[in-house]
Design a protein around this ligand. Structure first.
Ligand code: ZN
Length: 102
């Protein structure tokens, strides 16, 4: 069974908040198995998404988008997404325009 990111984070945050809790207690409180708790706490790769990075799974460290050149912190680039939507509505509107009588 694989762990969901929110389960991993729950275990990490609880372990950080209450370092004296045993792995058994952590498992009971977070609803994952004790083996999973042990794995989360002992696997460096799973650690530590700091608690302040919780909000948006698309949020990434700022980088320069290759397509639009803006510095963005979302993957995929929100500016390019917005431009694509704008482009498609513009194209639609052009397509919808009635043909002029020649
Ligand atoms: Zn972009």
């Amino acid at each position: 069974m694989s762990l969901r990111p929110d389960q991993i984070r729950a275990v990490q945050e609880l372990a950080a908040a209450e370092p004296r809790l045993s792995q058994t207690k952590l498992a009971q409180r977070t609803g994952v198995s004790r083996a999973s708790v042990q794995r989360i706490l002992s696997t460096p790769d799973l650690r530590p998404q700091t608690s302040d990075s919780e909000a948006d799974p698309d949020l990434v460290p700022p980088y320069r988008c290759r397509d639009c050149g803006h510095t963005v912190s979302y993957q995929p680039c929100k500016i390019c997404q917005a431009n694509r939507i704008l482009d498609s509505t513009r194209t639609l509107r052009l397509a919808d325009r009635p043909k002029r009588a020649a």
